[in-house]
Ligand binder design. Structure first.
Ligand SMILES: Cc1cc2nc3c(=O)[nH]c(=O)nc-3n(C[C@H](O)[C@H](O)[C@H](O)COP(=O)(O)OP(=O)(O)OC[C@H]3O[C@@H](n4cnc5c(N)ncnc54)[C@H](O)[C@@H]3O)c2cc1C
Length: 330
């Protein structure tokens, strides 16, 4: 069976990983519009091999999800792809304090790479943006190339599903249109050496512009590495400045960092990233895990918008996609 997964984020690669173990003789292809794997679990690389987690910061899980997905968590922990988060965190809400927190010491895209490597994906192509899918299983990308598949799994944010030409009922289209996301900007700074003198490593801020700041090398336990810092804006800032670009937001965010931390030295390099579709605010009705868009050649849509916007939400969607495929008996 020739399967295409569209998108190369957590949901897609966790699905590929589960499918490989469950369905013999499956041929897995991944097409991703970006230049590398990760999606919203991406990493930005800086000078001297340092990096920051641009999207997912840490994995939070309660004990019930930890046991529900124990097979996956045990493997990620035993391979040290995930390690307990034991850095100094300031301002974490009390309810969150009771959960388990993990970090990915090699960057959160290492989770995606773990799933990809262990799924033994047969073919992966980056810079391949899908523009249309037909009910006969033909998938067309914007570069004009076409290929037929027996099963297509879409794991992209809901508005990006709607941007594709794709068969689906009016009911499903209406429900996808109701899915909403927050928008967030990130501002990252790379230094030449460990230089920031703060008691905390990660801090939740009480500020209108920035909600969160992490000295990411220290979050990952690398206290001797050059400092790499990432700020995330608040949901409210994202909502008010949704039309700003990375370039137009740069000075505003740079000035705000200087206002909040006037004693910090000048970094070697700064960048802004805009997550237009950051975290799901209103998920797909009843959070079904995935939906079937087309039956003849199955087209299934999954991702965090069908569950919740976090790592466990992606796992839940991946498991539901696999169960849906098994029930199709193809
Ligand atoms: C700023 C931020 C902070 C976050 N913090 C946390 C956190 O601390 N902990 C946590 O658990 N979660 C966090 N999240 C949420 C988490 O990142 C998401 O829930 C998760 O990464 C979603 O994964 P996904 O695979 O469903 O979607 P995505 O990661 O969005 O993957 C979809 C992929 O599809 C690709 N794509 C889109 N359209 C096309 C197309 N037409 N053709 C081909 N490819 C396409 C995209 O480029 C993308 O790579 C955060 C998210 C953001 C943005």
């Amino acid at each position: 069976m020739k399967v295409l997964l569209i998108g190369c984020g957590l949901t897609s690669t966790a699905t590929a990983y589960l499918l490989r173990a469950r369905i013999p003789n499956i041929h897995l292809t991944v097409w991703e519009k970006a230049r590398g794997p990760g999606g919203r679990a991406s990493v930005r690389r800086g000078p001297k091999g340092i990096s920051v987690d641009l999207g997912v910061q840490f994995i939070t899980t309660d004990s019930s999800a930890l046991s529900k997905y124990s097979v996956i968590y045990e493997q990620l922990i035993s391979t040290k792809t995930l390690t307990p988060m034991d850095c100094k965190i300031e301002g974490l809400s009390k309810s969150n304090n009771q959960n388990n927190h993990f970090i990915a010491p090699n960057g959160t895209n290492s989770l995606v790479k773990y799933f990809l490597n262990n799924a033994n994906v047969d073919c992966i192509e980056f810079e391949r943006r899908v523009s249309a899918i037909t009910s006969s299983g033909k998938v067309i990308s914007i570069c004009g190339s076409e290929e037929f598949f027996d099963l297509i799994i879409i794991t992209v944010p809901a508005p990006q599903i709607l941007q594709m030409e794709c068969p689906m009922s009016q009911l499903v289209r209406n429900e996808l249109e109701k899915v909403t996301y927050s928008t967030r900007f990130t501002f990252n700074m790379f230094y030449e050496k460990p230089i920031i003198k703060e008691e905390w490593d990660v801090k939740f801020l009480d500020d209108k512009t920035f909600r969160y700041v992490s000295i990411d090398n220290r979050k990952r336990g690398q206290y001797d590495a050059p400092d790499s810092v990432i700020f995330h804006t608040t949901k409210e800032f994202g909502e008010t400045h949704v039309t700003e670009t990375r370039e137009s937001a740069y000075q505003m965010l740079f000035d705000k960092v200087n206002e909040l931390f006037p004693d910090w030295p000048s970094p070697e390099l700064c960048n802004v990233h805009k997550w237009l579709y950051s975290q799901v605010v209103n998920s797909y009705s009843n959070s079904p895990g995935c939906v079937i868009l087309n039956e003849s050649i199955p087209i299934i849509a999954g991702g965090d918008c069908f569950t919740q916007s976090n790592f466990n939400g992606c796992l839940e969607s991946a498991y539901t996609i696999c169960e849906t495929i098994e029930n199709l008996k193809i």
